[in-house]
Design a protein around this ligand. Structure first.
Ligand SMILES: *Cc1c(COP(=O)(O)O)cnc(C)c1O
Length: 474
């Protein structure tokens, strides 16, 4: 390539490469919390909307300088909030190439390589996650959109058997669809239920037991109440403690009542990749649809979620559109037949690259390591004086709380103390955790999802929490 052809990109891409390597080289030692307040960050980033542009490399340099204080260092090893992974080197580099190639992954004709990579990555994902090889799939922006995609297929299928075509007739006048789930239903599933027009008023939330599982008896009782179209949403790894519903018992009950079974496995579905944790998903392969993320436990960059649907005709009926101006592949997979999006990012590349970098063994070791480190963090912090373990997790989560030492302290005092200590840990910069309310009481969530977290990080964080508990009387 002559230098004049590469010239428009060279300076900007070299700047980006330099900044990325600097950041990623330092992030493991940096304070985890963002450094700036909202006012400071706004002040740095608010530039006048200028009449004249700025050279590309200067734009990159300034963006990196100005955004720096507003970054959460979740790409390092000491971020344990929500459920957030980092990015594997091959996945990050492939994500850069996805932008460089700038393919529209709508169809095979707009990018044969993007469509083919998705087709192959979809097969690998089903294999790793223990799902039927015949299941249809879609690569979407996240688990939220994977729920939406799966529930659109579910909506089609449960109404089709009532001679109602939701694609042409819509939902007005259709038999109402009931959603039966547990009280641990994630907010993203709640929103997807709104988006597909079922409405949150149709959700029946059955109480989960002490370990966060839905009981077969309660499900059976509820399903008996109505023979109308029903979707059962089960949990493979709930967001707080990673609870798994007992699929072996629940799915046959749902099937006997003609319900569609959808599994929220945003991170928990990855337990299937490990021989040690696979048993938690026993029976889950008999569900009708499954939603999970790549940007959590597979450690690919945002945005990456995966939807899988056993009955490919249901997903295709919900998603496909035939337009005269598009050419359709005869011997390859057109993503638009399966995805809710039209023009779309070729997000199969980073997924493909991550799986190639790790291999089966690497994925399984990453899952095992995260689970082991989550247990060490939960027990290490939970056994410090002034702390307590609320729940250990079957996988990569954990819940602890902090106790108000004053005599006669109430549960409310412990709640306040827990929130205060979590805030103090985050402000301190040694680690980041988020808090939650678990069974009515405040707790600190521990989530280990990053390939970068190692034993040194965990030891360092336990020491930091010990110091904070030591010097901060209630
Ligand atoms: C994160 C999460 C989701 C939502 O996934 P997004 O990728 O953020 O859309 C759904 N369910 C559970 C259990 C989660 O942890």
């Amino acid at each position: 390539m002559s230098s004049s052809q590469s010239e428009p990109f060279t300076a900007a891409l070299e700047a980006a490469n330099r900044h990325a390597q600097n950041y990623l080289g330092q992030v493991k030692q940096m304070a985890v919390r963002p450094a700036l307040t909202a006012a400071e960050l706004r002040q740095r980033l608010s530039k006048p909307l200028a009449e004249h542009g700025v050279p590309a490399d200067e734009v990159v340099d300034q963006l990196c300088a100005d955004a720096a204080g507003g970054l959460m260092q979740s790409a390092g090893g000491r971020f344990f909030g929500w459920v957030i992974g980092a990015s594997l080197p091959a996945a990050l580099a492939a994500d850069w190439m996805t932008s460089a190639w700038d393919q529209n992954a709508a169809s095979y004709s707009t990018s044969p390589a993007a469509a083919m990579v998705e087709e192959i990555a979809g097969g690998w994902l089903k294999d790793l996650l223990g799902l039927p090889s015949s299941a249809a799939f879609a690569l979407v922006t996240g688990c939220q959109q994977a729920h939406f995609t799966c529930l659109a297929a579910a909506r089609h299928a449960v109404l089709r058997t009532r001679n109602w075509n939701v694609e042409t007739q819509g939902l007005f006048g259709a038999p109402p669809i009931r959603v039966v789930t547990s009280d641990l239903l994630h907010g993203s599933a709640d929103r997807a239920i709104r988006f597909v027009g079922i409405g949150t008023g149709q959700i029946v939330r059955l109480p989960s037991d002490a370990s966060g599982r839905l009981s077969p008896e309660l499900l059976e009782q509820e399903l008996r109440k109505s023979s109308g179209p029903t979707i059962v949403v089960l949990q493979a790894g709930d967001v707080n403690m990673g609870a798994f519903d007992p699929f072996v018992d629940l799915i046959p009950i749902a099937k006997r009542h003609g319900a569609w079974v959808h599994v929220d496995g945003a991170f928990g579905l990855w337990a299937a990749a490990s021989a040690r944790y696979r048993h938690l998903l026993a029976g889950a392969e008999a569900a009708d649809s499954w939603a999970t993320d790549g940007h959590k436990w597979l450690n690919v960059p945002y945005d990456s979620g995966y939807a899988f649907v056993a009955d490919s005709t249901a997903l295709q009926a919900a998603m496909t559109y035939r337009a005269a101006y598009i050419s359709y592949a005869k011997d390859a997979r057109d993503p638009a037949d399966w995805n809710p999006e039209w023009s779309r990012r070729a997000r199969g590349f980073p997924t493909y690259a991550a799986i190639r970098q790790l291999g089966r063994r690497g994925v399984s070791e990453m899952v095992d390591r995260c689970c082991e480190l989550a247990t060490l963090l939960t027990t290490g912090i939970g056994r410090l004086p002034g702390a307590g373990i609320v729940r250990t997790s079957p996988i990569n989560q954990g819940l602890v709380r902090f106790l108000d030492p004053k005599p006669g302290a109430t549960e409310e005092d412990h709640d306040r103390r827990t929130a205060a200590v979590v805030a103090e840990i985050c402000a301190n910069g040694e680690a980041w955790f988020s808090d939650t309310v678990w069974k009515g009481r405040r707790a600190m969530r521990i989530s280990v999802c990053s390939w970068r977290t190692d034993r040194d990080d965990v030891d360092r964080v336990i020491r930091a929490v010990a110091r904070i508990l030591d010097r901060q009387p209630a």
